[in-house]
Ligand binder design. Structure first.
Ligand code: BLG
Length: 485
């Protein structure tokens, strides 16, 4: 009897132990993709080295896809490891490999051809395929107009798929697929007239228009499409579900919108005309003043590109301009500011830059300590344009609206109110054209971003020779690391 009970107890213990062991064994043997990523502490991502995805600038790694995927890795609490593929076939191929990257974030548009290889995430960016031609050359207006033209597209791209489809309808259509080029090369080839046409996505053009003054949109080829991330078809859904949750969140909390504005908003802010005009001025005007921007930037300890961006917004780098209100010169100093900064001749570009740099840093230093970077820089720019008094009024209005008076995103909503009586009569300094500093700051940030991208430390001083750096083409590591703005 006793022996029986003891045996039963031993059996029960053994069964529980075995059960636990098997259960444990099952977990240990097959962790999900997400668990694997978390255990390794690394998210391995494959992308393309191009301006619209991932590239190195003077502050290090950057790019729309890079930033989005970096936020995701931070959310997961893991490190991000980026790998790049030379072409799309290689990129899709790398995903399925054992011990390869687990995620592709590379401006991919879902393609039926790839369905067996990968699973796509929720969408994060809408793009339109566009036919690009050179200004001054005949402009095709529809698919039929592509016949007889010299066309090149990226090998394995959705654009190549589109052309293959069109070829069924127009057998005379000829095009070359190349895996030796990136989007910037295609745009340059159109800009320089080496090919007649190419196909790129609207976001890629928006980002690159500022480098290629001659490229124009001929027409949109088809409807807008969604860009998505991809994971290997053979993986379980754990990582994909996490990705989808994250992308939905980034959509809701404004992260995606901020990235879109930053990377693809040049054309929205500048307009296409502004974007290619900027490209021309970069080559023709900036070189004359670059040395002054650099030397006074050094004196004042500010990034010379930011000073140059202010100068472009104020005068498009023209030293003799005068506004309706009598504000003058390359950095548009008022009489009062000029006097305070010791500027005797506002039309002298050197003095104007010196005075502007000094004034900018002075007002920046005088701002409330509670305003931190990068907002501090945007506030200082706004004050440069509208004055510190009116800026303080807008901050007070923000406080009353329960917004954050130290955040540019909040205060810029209040500034336009300074031109409406119902609001400005409640303020200390009264009426101001409050919409102006909002555009002023947005434009300068845009110019500053572009200048940062086109001027690499190793290329400084070469802008004059037209040796512009186009991000994603120069794959060298940046030499200096200036503080983030
Ligand atoms: C700025 C001054 C601020 C001044 C504000 O005006 O000029 N900035 C400079 O001189 C660099 O000092 O602030 S205040 O001293 O506290 O009053 C407000 O008066 C210049 C602005 C004015 C603006 N551009 C630099 O951004 C300008 O010229 N606006 C008129 C354009 S138009 O004539 O209507 O086309």
């Amino acid at each position: 009897m006793f022996a029986h009970t003891a045996l039963r107890q031993r059996c029960a213990k053994w069964l529980i132990a075995t059960g636990l062991f098997l259960l444990l064994g099952a977990c240990v043997e097959k962790p999900s993709t997400l668990e694997r990523v978390k255990e390794d502490g690394v998210l391995r991502v494959i992308t393309r080295n191009s301006p619209a995805t991932y590239f190195q600038d003077r502050n290090g790694e950057t790019g729309f896809e890079y930033e989005l995927v970096k936020h995701f890795a931070d959310d997961l609490g893991v490190k991000l490891q980026i790998e790049t593929a030379d072409n799309l076939d290689e990129l899709y191929g790398a995903l399925g490999k054992p011990s390869g990257p687990v995620l592709a974030a590379a401006g991919l548009v879902s393609s039926e051809r790839r369905q067996a290889q990968v699973k796509y995430s929720h969408p994060y960016l809408e793009v339109t395929p566009q036919v690009i031609y050179r200004n001054g050359r005949p402009r095709p207006t529809d698919a039929k107009g592509l016949v007889g033209k010299k066309i090149m597209v990226l090998k394995g791209s959705s654009h190549a798929d589109q052309l293959a489809e069109l070829k069924k309808q127009y057998p005379g259509l000829q095009y070359e697929e190349s895996d030796a080029v990136e989007v910037v090369d295609l745009l340059r080839m159109v800009d320089e007239g080496q090919i007649d046409l190419t196909l790129v996505d609207s976001n890629e053009l928006a980002m690159n228009q500022v480098y290629f003054p001659n490229v124009r949109v001929a027409f949109d080829l088809g409807d807008t499409r969604d860009q998505r991330w991809a994971v290997a078809a053979g993986e379980d859904n754990s990582l994909l579900n996490e990705i989808n949750e994250y992308l939905d969140k980034a959509q809701k909390n404004g992260t995606l919108q901020r990235l879109k504005d930053r990377y693809y908003g040049h054309v929205d802010v500048l307009g296409y005309v502004g974007a290619y005009t900027f490209a021309q001025h970069l080559q023709q005007r900036l070189p004359k003043y670059e040395k002054h921007f650099k030397s006074y930037a050094k004196v004042e300890q500010v990034d010379w590109r930011l000073l140059a961006a202010i100068g472009y917004q104020e005068s498009m780098w023209q030293p003799e301009v005068t506004s309706k209100t009598g504000v003058r010169g390359l950095m548009m100093l008022t009489q009062r500011t000029a006097q305070a900064m010791g500027v005797s001749n506002r039309l002298d570009p050197k003095q104007s830059i010196q005075g502007g740099a000094k004034y900018f840093m002075k007002i920046k230093e005088e701002l409330d300590d509670s305003i931190k970077e990068p907002d501090r820089t945007w506030f200082a720019l706004a004050a440069y344009n509208v004055g510190t008094g009116h800026l303080d009024d807008a901050r007070t209005l923000a406080k009353r609206e329960k917004l954050n008076p130290n955040k540019w995103l909040d205060v810029k909503k209040m500034l336009p109110r300074l031109s409406q009586k119902q609001w400005y009569r409640q303020t200390k300094y009264g009426y101001a054209r409050g919409g102006e500093p909002v555009h002023f700051v947005a434009n300068i940030r845009r110019y500053y971003d572009i200048l940062t991208w086109v001027t690499q430390p190793q290329l400084e001083g070469q802008v004059a020779e037209g040796a512009l750096h186009v991000p994603g083409v120069n794959k060298d590591k940046p030499a200096d690391q200036s503080p983030p703005m």
